[in-house]
Write a protein that binds this ligand. Structure first.
Ligand SMILES: [Fe+2]
Length: 235
């Protein structure tokens, strides 16, 4: 089930990245490279789940780096040009880092594809997790909860990060609620207007918020994110 989940996720990220790329008027070659990057971005997940039985990088290994090893061993990108291969590998390597390098420290094409991938990936992870919350009572999947305890608590550092428009550090995850807050905070790491529109249309914030405890903190977060989305999505 978890292998199929990542297989389907990868295919949907291809669709998301193509839509995003078309909205930016990328040419056919650029779109094809973006699609290849999306298709293989999580290739390390299969090896990871087979070896360790988890998607938690912290207790296994970094799935992006693992994916780069798989790509090298299988030589699957051999028909790309050297430049394309370098862009693909960097974008895949960067897809799960907390922050992309500064524009001064990395080449613009590499950053563009990395941004496309990160937006497309987040859009589909939000789809996966919000669908999961809605039917979790019927079928639990600990892998999607990173095996974190489902207790009413959440860590205040995640609340503070959101209220200060900061992306949280996954090393601080202690409960399943923390993971939901981390996923809400990804909004501060969105690169393209079109992605903001999708977040609004698909009501991502509302769908995640309803699964969190009804406290003053969470209500503050909801208002804060709503305002941020309206302001940023329309600018
Ligand atoms: Fe992914």
């Amino acid at each position: 089930m978890n292998i199929r989940l990542k297989e389907e996720h990868s295919l949907r990220v291809c669709k998301e990245i193509l839509q995003l790329g078309r909205s930016l008027d990328l040419n056919q070659n650029a779109l094809r490279l973006a699609e290849i990057i999306a298709l293989f971005h999580d290739i390390g997940r299969f090896e990871q789940f087979r070896t360790y039985g988890t998607f938690n990088d912290k207790v296994s290994e970094n799935h992006a780096t693992l994916g780069l090893k798989v790509l090298e061993e299988t030589n699957i990108l051999s028909r790309l040009t050297k430049t394309q291969r370098s862009i693909a590998c960097k974008a895949i390597g960067y897809h799960n880092v907390r922050k992309l390098p500064d524009p001064a420290d990395e080449n613009p094409d590499c950053l563009l594809y990395s941004k496309l991938l990160r937006d497309a990936d987040k859009l589909d992870i939000w789809r996966v997790v919000t669908t999961y919350y809605a039917q979790r009572h019927k079928h639990r999947n600990p892998a999607l909860e990173l095996e974190l305890p489902d207790t009413p608590e959440y860590s205040l550092c995640f609340v503070e990060d959101i209220l200060n428009n900061r992306i949280s550090n996954s090393h601080n995850l202690k409960t399943y609620n923390d993971l939901k807050l981390l996923q809400l905070g990804w909004i501060f790491d969105i690169n393209f207007t079109r992605t903001f529109h999708h977040i609004q249309q698909r009501q991502i914030i509302e769908k995640i918020i309803t699964t969190l405890p009804d406290t003053e903190d969470i209500r503050k977060i909801q208002n804060h994110l709503k305002e941020y989305l309206e302001k940023t999505g329309n600018s």
